[in-house]
Every structure is written in structure tokens, then in C-alpha cells.
Design a protein around this ligand. Structure first.
Ligand code: FAD
Length: 512
């Protein structure tokens, strides 16, 4: 075999969450490759986007890859647990539900649980689907414990969780990790990106003070600027704002107050929605909105009028566009994070996209020949992931009953993309859910959002009739009871955090 030598000189442009996650993972996985060097360039003067605090369960896998102790991580990043997202006023004002992590009920005869629940509803049962999810019920009760996948009889085997953390502290935590593993950090603003005159490959970058940093593989983590992929290589952007019209956000942290469940909250507003992410020392808040439907001042006032504590900083205004670069890997540049694309944080997917991008890059890591096959595979999988997430986000707006503003009327009347249209039709017909290509959101996630946002199946799987009426009611009641009982046995989240050594000291949150 005569393969080209491996790529060993890697330059990461940007030191936000994406940049430091990438540096940490590269050092962990490839750090021992002979000659390997990872250099990260960031500019304190430019700073980071400063938001991005809620995650999905896959983050646990990332932390495990790095070998992090959960208690250290929780303390260092002021993290809390997250069992799902509470959606308030999304179906209509006054309505609320939880999109939980983990699964609902118990499948029977190999048939998904929702069919038995739907049969129960037809027979007059009035229970809510949330009552069959331990994550939803524990979340609402402010309780938490680790899942028990080793004990399939326990309702805790159906639980899954993620974290809510301080974005700035997370980057710093990963920076310490990466630097101690040997990554180099260069502080300074990049003013010029240098390219090979023949093939356009990036050869290096020049900083404001004249220093040059050269490399073989460049990871563009420069945020919305997309310095290498967008600005230098001119890779076009696919604009999805027709489907996801929110294009702005205003974010502000506040002191602790209100309920402190292990849940992120998303409250629908007149032209967008507001997030609330409770951490150990403060609450992260933000209002995502469509600037065509509400102006910035009104959006900021609405946010400030709906905080559970005192603001801890001036509101941070952020403009964005839904969509992604047409190619995420082009020549010797791979973009991760906001430099690659962005979908609003309604389901907390951006940090996950960084993580899955890193995993894909590691799996398809190039040698110095930079073959097109690996690059094309990377792009194919990444774009599919964007599309899958886009469709799940559109569902939240599309399925709403709200018609109390121009914004909601626009969202409700938008024809769905093909894949989503098929999902809605199949579920509406018989409660069946298709999950193609191992897409990120599971059947349980689709079930939760479709049902709770008013997509009503006309029918259900015929196999659900194998249980007669009495048996259907009995089993539903039993499952609900076991979950309700299990929740009462769980510790409160704060007690759990203390018990594992993950809680911060009282004075640390008093001085947030
Ligand atoms: P940034 O944080 O913007 O970092 C860019 C880096 O590039 C900085 O270090 C900067 O200094 C550097 N840089 C840029 N130009 C230069 C230059 N010329 N020279 C040197 N350095 C340069 N994700 C979630 O998973 N969950 C959430 O709840 C969530 N909420 C969000 C809310 C909003 C409103 C937004 C906009 C995003 C949210 N995200 C969320 C996304 C998340 O914030 C980002 O995915 C994540 O922070 C990664 O950002 P980044 O590192 O790509 O970019």
C-alpha cells in the first residue's frame, strides 16, 4: 500500500464552544499520532457568541470520550441536569407540555406504545401522554437520578438526560483540557487567509501583528463570520428563512428565581419564542424572534418583562439566518459550529451538530491526499442532519393552533417540506412514525411534539385491539402508576447534585 502521509498539522480558527470542543477531541483521539500538532487561534477582542447552554443527551457521549468526571464537569460549568424541554403556549396560549428525553410507556407485542394509548383515548381514557414518560414527570417534579439501563424492569431504564451549562465556562473548561493535552493556543485577530494559487487550498493565516500560522488541515470554527469556508473559499449559503423565519435573538442572564426543574423552557411569544435555562448560579434567557414581525426594542422589552430574576448583564443582540453552507468540507477546510450553518436553538441542537461533525471528521479523517470520497461522504451526512433537524423544528411552528399574530399565521400556513409532509400524513392517518436513516430525533421525540401540538391520528395499529377494553385500561393505569410512584422516590435535583459532589458552594451562586 502506498498511501500519502497522514495530516498532522491542524489549525483551528476560533475558540468558542466549537473550537475548544474540536481541540479537546482531536487531542484525545489523535494526540498520540507521531508529529501531530493542534493549534487554535482565537481573538479575545472579537469574543464568542456567548450563548448555547442547553444540550441533548448525546453530549454525555462526548464527555465520556474525553474521560471527564461528571461531578467535576457539573461544578466547573455550573451545570444542571436537563430531562427535556417544557413547551409553553406553543399549541395555544395556556397550554404546556414536556418534550422529554427517553421513551414513553412500554411497547407491547412489538408494537409501539402510542397505539395502545391511542386505543385507550378512543375508549374514553383521558390521561396525557406525558404521564407515561418518567423524564417528563420527574422533570416537572424537580427530581433527578441517573438512568438505570442495567435494570430493564425499572422505569429509570427509560430515562435519558442532558446538561444545561454556562457556555463561557464550558469553553474554558475544554480549553484547559486541550492545552494540558498539548494543544497550542494563539491569541490574535486573523487578517489574511493565504491560499495555494493553483488549487485554492488554504496554506496558512496571517495575524494582525504579522505572525503567520501554517497548517495542512484547517477547521473553521470562526462563528457566523465563517472566515475560511464562507469568506475565503466563498462556499455559498443555503437560506432556509422561508421555513424558519426567526432571524434574531436577544439574550440576557438573570439571577435565580422561579421554579428550578431540570428542564429547559420554551415559551411561545407573539413573533417567536423565549428560552429559559436554569443553571446552578443563574438563569440563561433569550428571545428568538422574526425581525419582520417584531422590532428589536419591543422584542427586548418583552424578554426583560418576563424574567424570573434581576438581569445580570446588558441584553446581547444577535442576528442570524437559518441555513447552512452548501459544502461543509471544501478543499482542506472543514467548518464546525456556526461557521457551517445555524438552526435556531428550539431543540438545543447546535452543540450536538459540533459534536457529530467532530465524530464524522474523526471517522473520515483525511490523509494528505485529501481524497474526494471522504469529503463527499462527510458533506452528504452533515447536510442530511441539517435537513432532519430543520423538519423537526418546522413541525413545532406548523402544528400550532395559534393564529393570534401575523407571524403565527405565516408559520401555520407554510407548506411543509416533503419529508415532514409524509411524516404528518402517516401519523395523522394511523399514529405511525417513520424515522429514516437513523435521524437524530427518535420516534419518541416525534410522538411527543406531534401529539402535544395537536396532530391527531385518525386511527392506530390494528394490533392494539389484541387487548380488550378492560385490559387496555388496566395496563395504562399500571404504567402511569409505576412512573408516578418511581418519581416520588427520586431525589430533588439539588440533593442529587450535592450527593455526587457536583453542586457549587452557596456563595458562588450568590455572587453570580
Ligand atoms: P463563536 O462562539 O462565535 O466563536 C467564534 C470564535 O472565532 C471566537 O473565538 C472568535 O474570537 C473567533 N474568531 C472569529 N473571527 C476571527 C478572526 N478574524 N481572528 C481570530 N479569531 C476569530 N446551541 C446549543 O446547542 N444549545 C443552545 O441552547 C443554543 N442556544 C443558542 C442561542 C442563540 C441565540 C444562538 C445564536 C446560538 C445558540 N446555540 C445553541 C448555538 C451555540 O451557541 C453555538 O453552536 C456554539 O456556541 C458554537 O459557536 P462557535 O464556536 O461556532 O462560534
Amino acid at each position: 500500500m502506498n498511501s500519502p502521509p497522514p495530516v498532522t498539522k491542524i489549525v483551528i480558527v476560533g475558540g468558542g464552544t466549537a473550537g475548544w470542543m474540536t481541540a479537546a477531541a482531536l487531542m484525545r483521539v489523535l494526540g498520540a499520532l507521531p508529529g501531530m500538532s493542534v493549534t487554535l487561534i482565537e481573538s479575545d477582542a472579537i469574543g464568542t457568541v456567548g450563548v448555547g447552554e442547553a444540550t441533548i443527551p448525546q453530549i454525555i457521549g462526548f464527555n465520556r470520550l474525553l474521560g471527564l468526571e461528571e461531578a467535576d464537569f457539573m461544578r466547573e460549568t455550573r451545570a444542571t441536569y436537563k430531562l427535556g424541554i417544557e413547551f409553553v403556549d406553543w399549541l395555544r396560549p395556556g397550554h404546556a407540555y414536556v418534550h422529554p428525553f427517553g421513551s414513553f410507556g412500554i411497547d407491547m407485542f412489538g408494537i409501539e406504545f402510542q397505539h395502545f394509548w391511542l386505543r385507550g383515548q378512543q375508549l374514553g381514557d383521558t390521561s396525557k401522554i406525558d404521564e407515561y414518560s418518567i423524564a417528563a414527570m420527574a422533570g416537572k417534579a424537580g427530581r433527578f437520578a441517573w438512568p438505570r439501563p442495567d435494570n430493564p424492569k425499572s422505569p429509570l431504564s427509560k430515562l435519558s438526560y442532558a446538561f444545561q451549562f454556562d457556555a463561557g465556562r464550558y469553553s474554558q473548561f475544554l480549553r484547559r483540557y486541550a492545552e494540558s493535552a498539548g494543544a497550542a493556543r494563539v491569541e490574535g485577530r486573523i487578517t489574511t487567509v493565504n491560499q495555494n494559487g493553483e488549487n485554492g487550498f488554504v496554506t496558512g493565516v496571517t495575524l494582525e501583528d504579522g505572525r503567520d500560522v501554517e497548517g495542512e488541515l484547517f477547521i473553521d470554527c470562526s462563528g457566523f463570520r465563517s472566515l475560511l469556508l464562507g469568506q475565503t473559499l466563498q462556499v455559498p449559503f443555503t437560506d432556509w428563512s422561508k421555513w424558519l423565519p426567526c432571524d434574531s435573538a436577544v439574550a440576557v442572564p438573570c439571577t435565580l428565581g422561579g421554579r428550578m426543574e431540570p428542564l429547559t423552557r420554551s415559551t411561545a411569544r407573539i413573533a417567536g419564542w423565549q428560552w429559559r435555562i436554569p443553571l446552578q448560579h443563574r438563569i440563561g434567557n433569550g428571545h428568538v424572534f422574526s425581525s419582520s414581525h417584531i422590532d428589536r426594542t419591543a422584542a427586548t422589552d418583552l424578554l426583560l418583562a418576563n424574567l424570573d430574576g434581576k438581569p445580570l448583564a446588558d441584553p446581547n443582540q444577535i442576528a442570524f439566518k437559518a441555513g447552512h453552507r452548501v459544502r461543509i468540507w471544501d478543499r482542506n477546510v472543514v467548518a464546525l459550529g456556526l461557521a457551517a450553518g445555524f438552526l435556531e436553538p428550539l431543540e438545543s441542537t447546535s452543540i450536538h451538530m459540533v459534536q457529530s461533525g467532530i465524530a464524522r471528521l474523526l471517522a473520515l479523517f483525511p490523509d494528505s491526499g485529501f481524497s474526494a470520497v471522504e469529503r463527499d461522504r462527510f458533506n452528504h451526512e452533515t447536510l442530511r442532519e441539517y435537513r432532519d433537524i430543520r423538519d423537526f423544528l418546522i413541525l413545532h411552528y406548523r402544528a400550532s393552533e395559534r393564529d393570534d399574530s401575523e407571524f403565527w399565521r405565516y408559520c401555520r400556513n407554510l407548506p411543509p417540506p416533503d419529508g415532514l409532509a409524509e411524516k404528518l400524513e402517516l401519523f395523522g392517518s394511523s399514529g405511525r412514525i417513520i424515522r429514516e436513516n437513523n435521524e437524530l430525533f427518535t420516534e419518541d421525540s416525534w410522538l411527543s411534539v406531534m401529539l402535544n401540538q395537536g396532530v391527531k391520528p385518525q386511527s392506530y395499529h390494528p394490533a392494539a385491539r389484541m387487548l380488550d377494553e378492560a385490559e387496555t385500561r388496566k395496563r395504562l393505569e399500571h404504567i402511569r402508576g409505576v412512573i408516578a410512584q418511581a418519581v416520588t422516590q427520586l431525589p430533588r435535583q439539588t440533593d442529587f447534585l450535592r450527593s455526587i459532589g457536583g453542586a457549587i458552594a452557596v456563595e458562588e451562586y450568590l455572587t453570580a
